[in-house]
Write a protein that binds this ligand. Structure first.
Ligand code: SF4
Ligand code: SF4
Length: 246
């Protein structure tokens, strides 16, 4: 995203809209004679498009630019109206396990996790998520293939991302994976260690099936690990056809 300094009248209306605090007002520069204007810190801007879509600028000074690789990733991970070209999913490229009962991704004996790095106002560099992937893979997790982060992995054995994408900043990035039930407590311990080392905020979402006897194995494992889960149910009442066969 760019601000045309020749159009900008430095009214400041766009500043508060930026979820990354990336828009700064610059005073008149006596040396160059340039008037006061707003400018975008390109290293902090995640290309979410909020400032542009809001239409707040009275001078049409906020302008979208044509983004090239790897900067285009910022938009793919941060702009909710952009359809991710790799997963063909709008809203930042992942369904975050919401379609489980249709796709059959998490079956009995498996637990799904969604480990989100960053939030509006904080963001994350993709290297933070890479560090987590590197630590989780040895525990036997299987990464979701239709996920924007998984598609950036250069080395499936280690989880190393393509080097040129590591420093890209995005609103948030979600590591999605399936964990065998027996490995779940070790994964929880590793997530604690990952959170302690991370330079951003982290949220953990967990999905698991209810056992035939009514137990929720994922919730039991979390309580043993000293975590109080907030349980939410989602029931497939059979109105949609599953997109898989056992
Ligand atoms: S595109 Fe988003 S992050 Fe970039 S300046 Fe605009 S509001 Fe801020
Ligand atoms: S809203 Fe437009 S004119 Fe006002 S500070 Fe932002 S870019 Fe400049």
């Amino acid at each position: 995203m760019l601000i045309d300094p020749e159009r900008c009248i430095c009214c400041g209306e766009c500043v508060a809209l930026c979820p990354m605090n990336a828009i700064r007002l610059r005073p008149k520069d006596a040396a160059s004679g340039r008037d006061a204007h707003a400018a975008i810190d390109r290293d902090e801007c995640v290309e979410c498009g909020v400032c542009f879509r809001s239409g707040v600028c009275p001078e049409a000074a906020i302008q979208e630019e044509s983004l090239s690789w790897p900067r285009i990733l910022r938009k793919a991970f941060s702009d909710p109206v952009f359809t991710h070209p790799g997963t063909d999913i709008p809203g930042r490229g992942t369904e975050e396990m919401k379609t489980n009962d249709v796709t059959g991704r998490f079956r009995a004996g498996m637990i799904g996790i969604g480990l989100e790095f960053g939030r509006p106002g904080v963001g994350t560099r993709l290297r933070e998520a890479e560090a987590a992937i590197r630590r989780l893979l040895p525990l036997g997790v299987a990464l979701e293939p239709n996920n924007p982060l998984t598609q950036l992995i250069a080395d499936p054995a280690t989880g190393a991302l393509k080097p040129e994408v590591r420093e890209e900043k995005v609103l948030s990035a979600i590591v999605e994976a399936i964990v065998p039930e027996e490995a779940f407590e070790r994964v929880l311990a590793e997530v604690r260690a990952i959170a302690a080392a991370a330079d951003t905020v982290i949220s953990l979402g967990v999905i698991g099936k209810v056992a035939a006897d009514g137990r929720v194995p994922a919730a039991e494992a979390m309580r043993r690990a000293g975590i109080s889960p907030s349980l939410n149910g989602k029931v497939n009442v059979g109105l949609g056809r599953p997109a898989y066969r056992f």
